[in-house]
Design a protein around this ligand. Structure first.
Ligand SMILES: NC(=O)c1ccc[n+]([C@@H]2O[C@H](COP(=O)([O-])OP(=O)(O)OC[C@H]3O[C@@H](n4cnc5c(N)ncnc54)[C@H](O)[C@@H]3O)[C@@H](O)[C@H]2O)c1
Length: 435
């Protein structure tokens, strides 16, 4: 059993802290957001993540997990300090490091015993060395012994607990092998492949992994657009490709493209790092362009199917950037809604978890209580996020409620032929007849 603290209680920090507590460690989770910490102290969840609340409750009750806004309290007796704060994009695409800097500075000011600082945030290559400098600069000769270990996180929102508990691998990077081995011990119970490498390589593995996954999605979306013009079916193309073991089936679903708090900022930050070091990231640039174009492509399809968007009512199912999360950061759905509104359409939408966050970003959005209300008097229905509850709808009821009959299945989850038989004008992404 180890004593550790986790700084930042967002999707990564709260899951990490809770899961380490569940593995038997003693964990204090810290955040500077008082509201967030008060919610957690009162048994309320600041984020929606399936299965997380139950494990938080169990571990709080068992006395292994608590929450604070105080750095001295969190660091007291902690052998490990995990940094899991946000690293959003700044204007030019560079990762905004203000939260990491502030966390490292707060650790430095309160460091009074040997500590291993573990960086879980996705950070530009070289950040581990920079964090070490911050701590040295603030403490000078009297710095207690400390080491920095990079431990990039690969969990996915929506299945974060499972991903943490059953990872494909744990990556650790450090110049201090002993410190990396100590962090490895924390993960031993997970019985997974633990890779230890140097700091910069570990940081780069995270960016390269996200960029590769984003590339696969942009690739299949480009194929989808070509399929549409040639009369081929991208779903079958992806299946045929995925059966090749060298390719595999994952991340080959054509649709509206990727979003969220990770891929957009990470691909951008990697491209920015490349440019600032005189390398031309031409593939990454194309991957980002294809992704954003896919949103415009969906709007154009609706425009064409409806003969113009001005004054039309579009019902949108799904607002979060993907199912099983309330996260709307860089959500394709919200971007498409903004474009539709800009073209003079009225948009009414429903999402199982992301309505409040979406309304805050797009105030003109009209919120509905369920998919059938979304369909009410709509000229077209757009499936933007493939929540399970949208997979099997009563389309007879939807047809009765709608004014028009256009359906754009932005994630290819419905049976288009069946919907056409019911009298809808069905369009998918990369499906014959969907141009
Ligand atoms: N969300 C994901 O699916 C995911 C997956 C892998 C990696 N990551 C990476 O992990 C990091 C965290 O992502 P997230 O989605 O959990 O972020 P988030 O925005 O959900 O949470 C970050 C939290 O850090 C807190 N914070 C900011 N500055 C702080 C400080 N100085 N001290 C203490 N707390 C502070 C914020 O108040 C917030 O609660 C990012 O670098 C992200 O790229 C995220």
């Amino acid at each position: 059993m180890a004593k550790l603290c986790v700084i930042g209680t967002g999707y990564v920090g709260l899951v990490t802290g809770t899961c380490f507590a569940d593995l038997g460690h003693r964990v204090t989770c810290l955040d500077i957001d008082e509201n967030r910490i008060n919610m957690l102290k009162n048994g309320l969840m600041p984020i929606y993540e399936p299965g997380l609340k139950q494990i938080v409750d169990q571990n709080v009750e068992a006395g292994r997990l608590d929450f604070t806004t105080s750095y001295p309290e969190a660091l007291k007796g902690s052998e490990f300090a995990f940094i899991a704060v946000g690293t959003p994009s700044s204007e030019d695409g560079e990762a905004d490091m203000q939260y990491v800097k502030s966390a490292a500075t707060s650790i430095a000011k309160n460091l009074d015993h040997p500590t291993i600082i573990v960086n879980k945030s996705t950070v530009p290559v070289g950040t581990g060395d920079w964090v070490a400098e911050i701590i040295h600069d603030l403490n000078g000769q009297v710095t207690p012994k400390f080491s920095v270990v990079s431990n990039p996180e690969f969990l996915r929102e929506g299945s974060a607990v499972n991903d943490f508990m059953k990872p494909d691998r744990v990556v650790l990077g450090s110049t201090d092998l002993q410190a990396a081995n100590k962090v490895a011990e924390l993960y031993e119970a997970l019985r997974t492949e633990i890779m230890i490498t140097d700091l910069r390589t570990a940081e780069m593995i995270k960016y390269a992994s996200n960029a590769f996954l984003a590339t696969r999605i942009s690739f299949i979306n480009e194929m989808a657009n070509i399929c549409e013009t040639l009369g081929a079916d991208v779903r079958e193309v992806a299946r045929g490709m995925g059966l090749d073991r060298r390719i595999g089936p994952a991340f080959l679903d054509a649709g509206l493209g990727w979003g969220g708090s990770c891929f957009p900022k990470d691909v951008k930050a990697l491209a920015h790092m490349a440019v600032t070091h005189d390398t031309h990231p031409q593939l990454l640039q194309a991957v980002m362009d294809i992704n954003l174009n896919q949103r415009r492509h969906a709007v154009n399809k609706l425009d064409k199917a409806l003969g113009g968007l001005q004054g039309r009512t579009i019902g949108v199912l799904g607002l979060s950037f993907k199912p099983n999360t309330d996260d709307t950061r860089h959500s394709p759905s919200l971007d498409i809604i903004k474009m539709l509104l800009a073209e003079g359409a009225v948009v009414q939408a429903y999402d199982p978890q992301a309505m409040k966050a979406s309304k805050a970003v797009v105030p003109a959005l009209e919120l509905c209580q369920n998919p059938y209300e979304v369909a009410q008097d709509a000229d077209a229905l757009l499936l933007a996020t493939e929540w399970n509850e949208f997979k099997f709808l009563d389309f007879d009821q939807i047809k009765t409620n709608m004014r028009g009959k256009v359906i754009l299945d932005g994630r290819n989850i419905w049976d288009g032929e069946e919907l056409q038989r019911k009298g809808f004008l069905y369009f998918g992404m990369g499906i014959p007849g969907s141009k």
